[in-house]
Design a protein around this ligand. Structure first.
Ligand code: PAF
Length: 278
């Protein structure tokens, strides 16, 4: 497995490889969720590239950039074992050199949910992802459904800017007890990890209510809220039931709906989601 530190090295490695290339963009500290993206890329494409870059532009001033977990050696060993052809691992100044002054501004789909709680987040994501696509030049790029709004924002960007690649969604990977895998799970104590199970449990409850015929969004949200509020360290940021395509909030589940939530467990902010059909 080769490592490119600069855009020029990355392009040179890309041009040495014939055939199709799948990109897995990451911020490192890899877990089984990332490896599922790599495996999906390996199954579809002749070659796979992963990027590791903790993108400061998508963190707010009071967010966890400085303590974001990092373990590049372990990440590289995992990617090597998965048969990745090369890794793009740039320094900050390679991605945002002095004088950098152009940003990708996503539209309406970036406004609610994470966009509302984390102003500027999707501008940072869209900009770095657009740069990664231009540098790596993959035929496909793989994104986890856990970051459902990110997936929606990136898909819209690719469509609107005529970027020549396909975005491939990959299902959420969960631990056996239901907790969605996230690099941020490492911040949780064992008691907080237990409390964090309320996120996936509330989504299962919502699915069961919908399966039982409940369509009223207000009732479903109230039941989810009740379940989460039983946990002493849980503070709900939002619970949303929205049109899965536009992300506009619904009052009745009368179309495919994204049920998503963000909850702080102690100091750690976690997100999770599921899609239900009417
Ligand atoms: O999902 C992530 O890890 C990041 O948002 C991404 C897509 C690598 C962009 O920095």
């Amino acid at each position: 497995m080769r490592i490119a530190r600069t855009a020029a090295e990355c392009r040179a490695l890309r041009s040495e490889l014939g055939g199709s290339l799948g990109l897995v963009p990451t911020m490192g500290y890899l877990h089984e969720g990332h490896l599922a993206l790599v495996r999906a890329a390996r199954a579809d494409c002749d070659h796979t590239c992963a990027s590791i870059f903790v993108n400061p532009a998508q963190f707010g001033p009071r967010e966890d950039l400085s303590r974001y977990p990092r373990d590049p050696e372990r990440d590289l060993a995992l990617l090597n074992a998965e048969g990745v052809a090369f890794v793009f691992m740039p320094e900050l100044g390679e991605v945002y050199p002095p004088g950098f002054d152009t940003w990708v501004e996503p539209g309406a789909v970036s406004a609610p949910l994470e966009g509302k709680s984390r102003p500027g987040h999707f501008r940072g994501v869209a900009t770095v992802v657009c740069k990664l696509f231009n540098i790596v030049q993959p035929q496909r790029a793989y994104f986890g459904e856990k970051d459902a709004q990110q997936l929606r924002v990136v898909t819209q960007m690719v469509h609107d800017l005529d970027l020549p690649l396909e975005i491939v969604p990959v299902p959420i990977v969960r631990d056996a007890d239901g907790l969605a895998l996230s690099s941020r799970n490492v911040y949780l104590s064992s008691e907080q990890r237990r409390q964090a199970l309320a996120l996936s449990a509330s989504l299962r409850l919502a699915r069961a209510l919908v399966a039982g015929g409940e369509r009223r969004v207000r009732s479903i949200k109230a039941r989810m809220r009740g379940l989460i509020q039983r946990e002493p360290e849980a503070a709900i940021d939002y619970i949303s039931i929205a049109d899965s395509s536009t992300l506009a909030e619904l009052t009745t589940i009368d179309r495919p709906a994204l049920i998503s939530l963000a909850v702080r467990i102690g100091a750690t902010r976690l997100i999770d989601n599921t899609v239900v059909l009417p």
